[in-house]
Design a protein around this ligand. Structure first.
Ligand code: GLC
Length: 728
């Protein structure tokens, strides 16, 4: 292989901005334009035999580089819970547990490990840009992409995504945070207009991005399909220029979601830098706009500089990926660790769990295709199932490639039944599909325990009709529980579900989408080889009537007479993916009261609260002290008062002075503590001043309101035994 050509800008002692500036001076207008858009749908769908498209790994995510100047192609891939679509190119990728499972671990070190594995696998396949981590707030738990995201709190989501993306960047990838912003439902996502106040945005959705960008140094932000207060997110001067560029001091580039670019001049002047995957706006039309002066050359150079400086800053120029074989075993290990730390024990009546392998004689395993695999989420984040989907979809679905993109339920080949059988070799373990509740109940009735796996498929591009388990699974669980009081429910869901049977079952485990080692991770929890330590990153409400929007605002019926927003001419995409028809407004009147903040403010009981999760041991809290400062230090003692080792996630919340106009409390920090039986540890949590501040719309800045604050500490947002008042 020829040694890389040396350029003046190859000098690594120069800053990314200096190096970018040097390249720009050498570029033609056409070369500048070329860096700012994808190949265009025609190239994508025609897959030409020659030209830059032949260099693509994934034709949907490609921007040709400038070889004469040593600027590499941009090879992009989705990587929310694994390198998406690797299988369609004959490659293997680790299928990680879903974003909510990652979030349930509350573990920044683990997030860094996940990012490292994702980064290695992306580079092994030749990718140099990750389309990153989704951190939209779970305002609307019926959002079809809940499974991809990291819960309802901006500090938790932003911190975990920041750690994951920091690891990817350390491996010399361009990383990206998405979908910016307030893209908090997916039904009708290109015709929905999110209406929300600036303060509410700043203290919820935008804060998650601010934290993730600050912690990771990510080089790209993906703007979303929706409108925000009447202006498309990819051409919104407030969110792109005032907030991202000025307030966040973001030096990287803004890339559109796929087909989310709605104009040339308006978008370029608002702060969009790159159109993907098309070129309808930033191809010839951008060149024309520059030549006419509608887009000044200064702004064009700024767009190009942001891309180039990010390429130098990320390391993709100096250290391009060298294709290799993914470390499958390390992927298995981290996927298993993620699920073992992310699965949440929600109920364990009479300590029915852990099961005792030596003494148990008969186990009924029911439903959820537990005999062949674990479910995963649909859409762009879908990781190809190694060995193929063990649950063949209805043939009709496969006829429409875009419908199948969302609606085919893909299982990863990690069968919980096999994990359970391996743990209890002396027991009679029988599987029942659950398709006939009476036959499932009969098996349960003659078994010592019954384990029901209940699944809820979610996908990008659509939302759930409700929060109930689909396909009559509630009836199945009721029938099994009536036949055997020692019924354990294992949920494989994208987000929260209603549980009308909760009082009739003995135990409930939320396993989310468990990933390629879900079988082992779930069995380890059920048989006690792992002490569950997951804590909910989002609230499980008692009823949809308790949600901020009891009636889910799905797009109005398509109205043929209504102009459909441009979606870069993608054939079929609009009809299937996004919902079409007139724009509709979603008034996020709950504002910054997302998730637990809403239920606290409304004084509503919940099924399971934010931060909740049981263990096979118990913990106690004592000795709270608070030292105000920058940062403030919150110290306390956590004790393991049970009979086995365990990991507690000690959470710190703050309640504000009345005058601050805040909900009853806000998460301001946490710490994971590993404790042997009887052991106690002193824990200290630093709380930044910003975490105790509010966003003041008139001064357009974060401010700490003087007054009396209460710091509360405990094991969930609804179990905070320690509190201390402090004055700022
Ligand atoms: C999709 C998704 C986005 C993804 C992109 C590329 O529409 O919204 O998350 O990164 O297109 O696949």
């Amino acid at each position: 292989m020829n040694p890389p050509k040396h350029f003046a800008w190859s000098d690594r002692s120069l800053s990314p901005d200096e190096r970018a500036e040097m390249v720009i001076k050498e570029m033609t207008l056409d070369e500048k334009i070329q860096l700012l858009h994808g190949l265009g749908w025609q190239a994508i769908f025609s897959q030409p035999e020659c030209g830059p498209a032949t260099r693509t790994i994934s034709v949907l995510g490609f921007i040709p580089g400038i070889p004469r100047l040593g600027i590499p192609d941009l090879q992009m891939t989705d990587s929310n819970q694994g390198v998406s679509g690797a299988g369609v190119k004959g490659r293997y990728a680790t299928a990680f547990p879903s974003g909510e499972a990652m979030a349930s671990a509350w573990d920044t070190a683990l997030s860094y490990e996940i990012g490292t594995q994702l980064g290695h696998e992306m580079r092994d396949m030749g990718f140099n840009m990750s389309l990153g981590s989704g951190i939209n707030m779970i305002r609307e738990p019926r959002d079809g992409r809940t499974f991809e995201y990291k819960g309802e709190d901006p500090l938790l989501a932003g911190t975990l995504a920041g750690s994951e993306l920091k690891a990817e960047k350390a491996l010399h990838l361009i990383t990206d945070v998405k979908h910016y912003a307030v893209n908090d439902q997916d039904a009708g996502r290109i015709v929905v207009n999110s209406i929300i106040s600036k303060r509410a945005m700043q203290e919820s959705d935008l804060l998650a991005f601010q934290i993730a960008l600050k912690d990771s140094g990510a080089g790209a932000v993906m703007c979303s399909y929706n409108k925000i207060n009447g202006i498309y997110a990819c051409e919104n001067p407030y969110t792109l220029h005032d907030v991202l560029t000025k307030q966040f001091d973001f030096k990287g580039f803004v890339i559109s979601d796929w087909g989310a670019t709605q104009s040339t001049v308006k978008a370029a002047m608002a702060g969009l830098d790159v159109e993907m995957p098309g070129n309808d706006s930033f191809g010839a039309p951008l060149k024309k706009a520059v030549e006419s002066g509608e887009v000044p050359m200064d702004r064009l150079n700024d767009m190009v500089r942001r891309v180039l400086r990010t390429e130098f800053d990320s390391g993709i120029v100096d250290d391009p990926p060298q294709p290799g074989s993914p470390d499958v075993m390390r992927g298995f290990a981290i996927a298993q660790k993620t699920e073992e730390r992310g699965e949440v024990l929600l109920k364990n009546k009479g300590s029915v769990l852990p099961l005792h392998a030596a003494s148990i004689q008969s186990i009924a395993v029911i439903g959820g295709h537990a005999d062949v695999g674990v479910i995963s989420g649909g859409g762009s984040s879908q990781v190809s199932p190694a060995g193929g989907n063990p649950v063949p979809p209805p043939p009709a679905l496969l006829k429409d490639p875009l419908a199948s993109f969302m609606l085919v339920q893909v299982y990863q080949r990690s069968a919980p039944l096999k994990g359970i059988e391996a743990k209890a070799p002396h027991a009679v373990v029988q599987f029942n599909s659950g398709s006939d509740p009476a036959s499932a109940a009969a098996l349960a009735g003659k078994s010592q325990v019954a384990i029901v796996f209940a699944v809820q498929h979610e996908s990008e591009g659509m939302d759930l009709p409700n929060l109930s388990l689909p396909d009559h699974q509630d009836a199945l669980i009721e029938a099994v529980a009536a036949a055997n009081p020692r019924t354990i429910v294992v949920l494989e869901t994208g987000g929260p579900v209603l549980m009308p049977w909760i009082d009739k079952v003995a135990a409930v485990v939320e396993a989310w989408y468990p990933g390629i080692r879900g079988s082992q991770a779930i069995a380890n929890l059920l048989f006690g080889d792992v002490n569950p330590s997951g804590r909910l990153p989002l609230t499980f409400p008692r009823s949809e009537a308790d949600l901020p929007h009891p009636i889910h605002l799905a797009p109005p019926k398509p109205d043929p007479g209504h102009p459909v927003p441009k979606l870069a001419g993608a054939p079929g995409m609009v009809g299937v993916m996004m919902g079409i028809g007139p724009f509709f407004d979603v008034h996020y009147d709950e504002g910054l009261k997302v998730g637990y903040k809403w239920y606290d403010a409304q004084k509503k009981a919940v099924l399971f609260p934010f931060g909740f999760g049981l263990s096979y041991t118990t913990f106690a809290y004592s000795g709270l002290t608070v030292k105000p400062g920058e940062p403030s230090t919150v110290s306390f003692t956590v004790s393991n008062t049970g009979s086995r080792a365990g990991v507690e996630t000690a959470q710190v919340y703050a309640s504000f002075p009345e005058s601050a106009g805040e909900p009853p409390k806000r998460l301001v920090g946490w710490s994971k503590v590993e404790l042997a039986p009887g052991e106690s540890k002193q824990v200290s949590v630093s709380v930044d001043r910003d975490r105790l501040s509010i966003f003041n719309e008139s001064s357009n800045a974060w401010e700490l309101v003087p007054g009396k604050y209460v710091i509360r500490v405990g094991s969930s947002s609804r179990d905070l035994p320690l509190e201390k008042q402090i004055e700022f």
